[in-house]
Design a binder for this molecule. Sequence first.
Ligand code: ADP
Ligand code: MG
Length: 224
Amino acid sequence: MIDVQNVSKVYEMPGEAVRVLDGVNLQVKAGETAAVVGPSGSGKTTLLNLLGALDRPSEGKVLVGGRDLASFGEAEAALFRNKSLGFVFQHHHLLPQCTLLENVVLPRLGGGWEEPEEETAARAESLLERVGLQDRLTHFPYQLSGGERLRTALARALVNEPGLVLADEPTGSLDQETTGVVADLLAQLNSQMGVTLVVVTHNVDLARRMQDYYELRGGKLEKQ
Ligand code: ADP
Ligand code: MG
């Protein structure tokens, strides 16, 4: 599913160049789960952005589902992100003026699915039920706890039935107990829905719950 080949990322800034990733290799098979841990600033988000076609490597190749992301134009990249990928962002990025149901429905409205409205709503409802928020459909993000917001973001990431979910520090601001609940949920979504999952985190407990566990340090990725 994922094949990162000798990827480097250099940020060019006036007077200096910062090499954030330095010859990174990563393979994740379809249906598997992988975690990348590393301290703040080690390049975790950079790596995830490359996997999600949100950015391009300076050197090397990123293949997802056998396709070289560098070959994508803007429109193709947007389609790939909408149809093949679920992204859970570090700060969740839920729309504050939309209910949970509306937030989950939104990605389904792009991409030309041609699905009756009731079907889209039912799909979103069933995902919110799966993450335990069936009683909160008409609530707004500000009415939720951090853990509940994350669950909503997960449901939203899954609404287009992507083969791959990328999660950036999903438990960043959660306490240990909630982190455990989220880890259970991620494992469940992987085993029941067969989604491939890549989680970047500085939380070692969460990382250990994934099948493979890598550490990013000094631009290098090493399997633990
Ligand atoms: P992490 O997610 O592990 O905290 P990031 O991938 O966000 O790390 O950042 C890694 C390093 O790259 C940091 O030193 C950060 O300042 C730098 N960086 C990230 N994005 C940019 C950018 N667009 N321009 C310049 N430097 C950047
Ligand atoms: Mg980050």
